[in-house]
Design a protein around this ligand. Structure first.
Ligand SMILES: Cc1cc2nc3c(=O)[nH]c(=O)nc-3n(C[C@H](O)[C@H](O)[C@H](O)COP(=O)(O)OP(=O)(O)OC[C@H]3O[C@@H](n4cnc5c(N)ncnc54)[C@H](O)[C@@H]3O)c2cc1C
Length: 391
């Protein structure tokens, strides 16, 4: 059995297949040793440099005269994330968060702000962060209350962000703050905030996975008018437009991990003998992975469908993005669990690839909208398709 049957990629163009395979190979052969040599749970600057050197950040950022555009297609974003995740989850995360943290700037920043920040991000000199979640506002973004108080032409930010990928090591953050108290989702504004701003500090938080994540504390942090991304009080739309692009690609990250788990299970079931025959000859084993392979491919097609809908300009795209993220992240969890069942004890040994995937695969069912939130979005489309809520 091969987990790389050509027919599974029949819906992709030659260039897309090549991109996927190149990213997988690069992650396995070149990026894994760099990730392993880096500090666990912190931004790995060598990994950022390697991603830049192999022009992966060049897929996110495109120079446009003396300005910059966010040029990545959703399908390429998904294929890069799947390929990297199948070979090296840390490389995948470093790539993805650079995109997530910078997309609000690319999409809604002033040309001057883009000129100031994007070149360093493109060269991998520093990391970006997307700072939305707060201790009292995770799933419910409308409850967000990091205060932005008017100060001359700009604002001063006071409050706390938590579970922010790449914090506190990032060089620049896109920060969502409350400009109008009591206005729910309508009173939020997005800002670009350099990490060395006076009054901004942070600390790392440790998770079960080696994902760099931390807390940020804002004490009267000054932000000038040209640090506003988009319009005042319209920050929610900036965040949602970003998630429309990135949510299907979280599904792609999950698919990459599921395929890595399947790789391990198939290899082991071919090699390991028990009761006088290879494990693959026990139908309980081969059918377990046959089911997983079919469901992972189904999830993958949902991911690619959502990405192509986004690229075709279909709006709203949230229903398709929610289906893709929900199904892919849930099946990836099962794929990793099934692979560990097939490998037995060695899959649980610290340092084994499956032990690593077991820790990594859990978080995507929570971030960028927990599975329950994705179901809410899908249900709104079913039961209230004509309202704005169906978004
Ligand atoms: C590895 C990792 C990286 C992250 N990176 C970032 C980042 O870069 N930037 C950022 O801003 N945030 C980030 N987050 C935070 C993440 O987005 C939040 O954890 C997520 O939005 C959920 O918020 P919460 O943890 O506060 O859970 P809560 O909002 O407290 O929800 C807890 C649980 O309640 C249930 N629930 C909530 N609402 C509903 C509902 N309407 N219906 C049914 N059930 C519901 C769900 O099961 C949910 O998991 C990251 C989190 C992790 C784990």
């Amino acid at each position: 059995m091969s987990v790389d049957l050509p027919v599974l990629d029949a819906h992709l163009s030659d260039a897309e297949r090549e991109l996927l395979q190149d990213c997988h190979r690069l992650a396995e052969e070149t990026l894994t040793p760099i990730a392993e040599a880096g500090p666990e749970g912190r931004v790995n600057t060598d990994l950022l440099s390697a991603l830049a050197e192999h022009d992966l950040f060049g897929r996110l950022f495109a120079a446009d005269g003396d300005d910059w555009r966010g040029d990545v297609s959703a399908i390429d974003l998904c294929l890069i994330r799947e390929g990297l995740a199948r070979g090296c989850t840390e490389a995948e995360t470093a790539f993805a968060v650079q995109g997530l943290g910078s997309f609000p700037l690319l999409q809604s920043g002033t040309p001057a702000a883009r000129r100031r920040w994007v070149p360093g991000l493109d060269r991998g000199e520093y990391a970006a962060g997307f700072a939305l979640s707060e201790p009292q506002a995770g799933s419910d973004v409308s409850a967000l209350d990091l205060r932005a108080e008017a100060d001359g032409d700009g604002f001063r930010l006071t409050g706390e962000k938590v579970w922010i990928s790449n914090a506190p090591d990032a060089g620049v953050y896109t920060v969502f703050a409350r400009t109008t108290p009591g206005a729910g989702a309508r009173g939020l504004t997005a800002f670009v905030v350099p990490a060395d701003s006076p009054g901004l500090r942070g600390e790392p938080l440790e998770l079960v996975a080696p994902h760099p994540v931390g807390r940020l504390i804002f004490e009267d942090v000054p932000v000038a008018a040209d640090q506003i991304l988009g319009e005042v009080d319209r920050g929610f739309a900036v965040a949602m437009r970003t998630l429309d692009l990135f949510r299907p690609s979280v599904g792609a990250f999950a698919v990459g991990m599921a395929r890595a788990a399947l790789d391990e299970a198939v290899r082991y079931a071919n090699e390991r003998h028990a009761f006088g025959r290879p494990l693959r000859e026990f139908q309980a084993v081969s059918h377990r992975h046959a089911d997983i392979a079919a469901r992972v491919q189904g999830a993958r097609l949902l991911v690619h469908h959502a990405a192509r809908a986004y690229d075709a300009g279909v709006r709203p795209v949230a229903q398709a993005a929610a289906m893709a993220k929900l199904v892919a992240t849930e099946v990836a969890q099962e794929a990793v669990d099934a692979a560990i069942q097939t490998l037995g004890a060695r899959g649980l040994q610290r340092g084994h690839r499956l032990e690593h995937l077991y820790r990594e695969v859990r978080a995507p069912r929570i971030y960028e909208g927990a599975s329950e939130i994705q179901r809410e979005i899908i249900a709104r489309g079913l039961f209230a398709p004509d309202t704005k809520d169906a978004r």
